[in-house]
Design a protein around this ligand. Structure first.
Ligand SMILES: *Cc1c(COP(=O)(O)O)cnc(C)c1O
Length: 385
């Protein structure tokens, strides 16, 4: 019997240590981690520079409260703002909280423009978190089931459909649109190359805030620091978490222009948010990505993995489509494949299954040998389906 609530259904394995792309369980068995704790440990496990930053900061200072200046927060905010061409950052502890901050800023934007019952557009099949506001924003009825009444007011439109958004241009209650540049939980859905450019144009024309949720697609995952940089656009608000801390809990809501000025003293906060430890670690993550040229590794390995899958799976009938941007990779199958989760685990590979898709989020540091190991196991499993 367990004293834990039943909201997770964990696989029958317990990991006790990790090193690079590999995890070791309590029986000493070693697994290739092609999931990274869902896009979190991009630099791999026990990265020496991350361990060093944690150790050194723990010996210096863990927590003070945001009632005092926090130097590590200032440093991280400057780095992130310069990387994303943004003006100001707010730090919290998770992706959902980063999106909560973004939604609150959108509400303040409505207030400032005397819009009384503001509406935020979000996408069908999107995922923005599990808090009441973020599950209401998510375009997924499974996430919302049982939690009515939902937070109003979100309207869900088809993803990758510019016209679906244009239909709302005449509605004066719309104040923002919140999107994932690439839908992660939705199964790695990559929109048309110019989709976000059109969305930004519509936002600018109508004084709507463009909120991009890069909790999963940010921090190098797609081969650029942020996925929206493929479009050469700058959102009003950018949210980050997952890969930012490589395993320490940190989220960030970063904003530009007027959106960066709407949170004023007393309007928002977080006890733990942006403490010296997590900010020091996140700054180290960004340093390592730059110093080790990891964006280039992501692009090289992405091309290699996608072309290997394309070649090796081309005669397999159960493969419908391979979708990828950087190291966000999905193989969509023609049938349900939930059983692959356990079968991959038996072969010492950690993956995710989303609907009929295998989702792979391998570490940004993955090399060719490790990629081959992953590819071989997946191809074997898929061929036997
Ligand atoms: C995981 C995820 C979230 C939620 O992050 P948490 O840290 O679990 O709250 C929000 N948005 C996207 C796109 C995500 O992938």
């Amino acid at each position: 019997m367990s004293y834990l609530m039943s909201n997770y259904a964990p696989l029958p394995v317990t990991f006790i240590k990790g090193n690079g792309c590999y995890l070791t369980d309590n029986n000493g068995l070693v697994y290739l981690d092609a999931l990274c704790g869902v896009a979190v440990t991009g630099l791999g496990h026990s990265h020496p520079k991350i361990s060093e930053a944690i150790q050194s900061q723990a010996q210096q200072l863990l927590h003070t409260s945001n009632w005092y200046h926090i130097q590590q927060q200032e440093i991280l905010a400057e780095t992130l703002c310069k990387l994303a061409d943004m003006d100001a950052a707010f730090f919290c502890n998770s992706g959902a909280e980063a999106n909560e901050a973004a939604i609150k800023i959108a509400r303040l934007h409505a207030c400032a423009n005397q819009i009384n019952e503001p509406i935020i557009l979000t996408a069908i099949q999107s995922f923005h978190g599990r808090t009441m506001a973020t599950l209401s924003a998510s375009g997924n009825s499974k996430v919302q089931a049982g939690f009515a009444p939902l937070v109003s007011e979100f309207i869900h439109v088809n993803f990758n459909d510019v016209e679906a958004i244009q239909k709302y241009e005449s509605n004066p209650r719309i104040v923002a649109i919140m999107l994932e540049p690439i839908q992660g939980e939705g199964g790695v859905i990559v929109p048309d190359a110019d989709y976000l450019n059109h969305v930004q144009e519509i936002c600018q024309k109508n004084n709507w805030l463009l909120i991009l949720d890069e909790v999963q697609s940010g921090i190098g995952r797609t081969g650029k620091m942020f996925a929206h940089q493929y479009n050469q656009i700058t959102p009003d608000i950018l949210t980050l978490a997952k890969g930012l801390g490589n395993g320490v809990p940190i989220g960030a809501c970063i904003a530009k222009g007027n959106a960066a000025k709407l949170l004023t003293p007393g309007t928002h906060g977080s006890t733990f948010g942006g403490n010296p430890l997590v900010c020091r670690v996140a700054s180290t993550v960004l340093d390592v990505i730059k110093q080790d040229n990891l964006l280039s590794n992501v692009n090289v390995m992405s091309d290699y993995i996608v072309s290997s899958f394309t070649e090796k799976l081309k005669t397999v009938d159960s493969v419908l489509e391979i979708r990828a941007k950087g190291l966000m990779i999905a193989i969509e199958l023609t049938k349900d494949c939930t059983q692959l989760l356990q079968q991959a685990l038996d072969k010492k590979l950690l993956i995710n299954i989303t609907g009929q898709s295998i989702r792979l989020l391998p570490p940004l540091i993955i090399n060719k040998e490790q990629a081959d190991e992953m590819i071989d196991i997946i191809c074997e499993l898929v061929s036997q389906l």
